[in-house]
Design a protein around this ligand. Structure first.
Ligand SMILES: [Zn+2]
Length: 273
C-alpha cells in the first residue's frame, strides 16, 4: 500500500474573511465553547480570539517544509471560487501556487461548484489560466458531490478527483475511472477522524483505518490535512495528529506517492491487463 497526502487550502489570510463570511465569528464562538468544554487550552483559545491581529492564516510554508523533510510528495488544492468560508481571491491563490510549485509540490483545484457543468468548467479553466498547466486534479471544498458531479468533472477535463468520501462511516475503496478521469476516494480527513481534545482517540482510529486498508488490499490510501492547522498554538492536537500519522506510515514502511505518480502506475497496470 502507498500513501497519498494532500492539503486543502481553505484560508490564506485573515483579512479575506472580514465582511465576506463568518469564519472569524464562528472561530471566536467555537474557541469559547472549546475552552468551556475543556477541549482546548487558554493559550489556544486566546490565539484564536486574537486572530484579527494576525495577517497570515495559512501554514503552507511550514507544511511544505515538514513534507519536504519527510519526503512526502503532497498535493495542495487551491480555490478558484469563493463559498462556504473560502474567501481568498484568484490573485492571492496564484501567488501561493507559484511558491508551492517552485518547491516541487503538485497543485490542484479546491472546487466550490458541484452541480452546474458551466461553473465546474469555469473553475477548471481559471486554474488552467492561472497555472499554465493543462492536466491537474480537483477536490471539492466540504467534499460536496452528487450523482452527477464526477461525470461533470471528467467532462471539464480533470486528470483526477479526490472528493468521494463517506461522511457517515469510514469506507475504503480503490481508485477507479470515470471516463478519462481517475477518482481517488478520500479515506482519512483530519477533522473527521480527530476531535480537539481527543488526540489519543483520534490516533487509535487513524492507526486502525491504516491497518484495515492495508489488510483489505487498498493500493493508495488518501489522507487529507488542512494546512492552516499546522501550528503548535492554534491547533496543537491536529498538528500533532498529522505528524503522528506520518510517523506511523514511516514506521510501517509505507511509501508516499503523489496522485500523478499513482496515475502513471495505474495507467501502466491497465495497459497490461
Ligand atoms: Zn475545503
Amino acid at each position: 500500500m502507498k500513501i497519498i497526502i494532500s492539503h486543502d487550502v481553505d484560508h490564506i489570510n485573515v483579512t479575506e474573511h472580514i465582511f465576506k463570511d463568518l469564519i472569524l465569528e464562528k472561530m471566536f464562538l467555537r474557541s469559547m465553547l472549546g475552552k468551556i468544554m475543556g477541549r482546548i487550552s487558554w493559550k489556544t483559545c486566546f490565539r484564536r480570539m486574537s486572530m484579527l491581529f494576525y495577517k497570515r492564516m495559512n501554514r503552507i510554508e511550514e507544511v511544505m517544509m515538514y513534507d519536504h523533510q519527510n519526503k512526502i510528495p503532497s498535493t495542495f488544492f487551491f480555490g478558484m471560487s469563493n463559498g462556504l468560508g473560502m474567501s481568498y481571491s484568484r490573485q492571492t491563490a496564484a501567488e501561493y501556487i507559484v511558491k508551492v510549485v517552485n518547491n516541487g509540490f503538485d497543485v490542484g483545484v479546491h472546487g466550490i461548484e458541484y452541480m452546474s457543468q458551466d461553473k465546474i468548467c469555469d473553475e477548471h479553466d481559471a486554474f488552467k489560466e492561472v497555472t499554465g498547466m493543462t492536466l491537474f486534479g480537483v477536490r471539492n471544498h466540504y467534499v460536496r458531490f452528487d450523482d452527477e458531479t464526477f461525470y461533470k468533472m471528467n467532462r471539464a477535463g480533470y486528470l483526477f478527483d479526490s472528493t468521494w468520501f463517506n461522511k457517515e462511516n469510514i469506507e475504503l475503496k480503490n481508485p477507479y475511472k470515470i471516463g478519462d478521469m481517475w477518482e481517488f476516494p478520500l479515506h482519512i480527513m483530519d477533522v473527521y477522524v480527530c476531535e480537539e481534545g481527543g488526540l489519543e482517540d483520534g490516533m487509535e482510529k487513524t492507526y486502525k483505518i491504516i491497518d484495515e486498508a492495508d489488510a483489505m488490499g487498498i493500493k493508495y490510501l488518501t489522507i487529507l490535512f488542512h494546512d492552516y492547522q499546522f501550528d503548535d498554538v492554534f491547533a496543537p492536537d491536529l498538528k500533532c495528529w498529522y505528524m503522528k500519522t506520518i510517523e506511523y506510515c514511516k514506521r510501517n514502511k509505507y511509501e508516499f506517492i503523489s496522485y500523478r505518480d499513482a496515475i502513471k502506475e495505474l495507467d501502466v497496470e491497465s495497459k497490461l491487463l
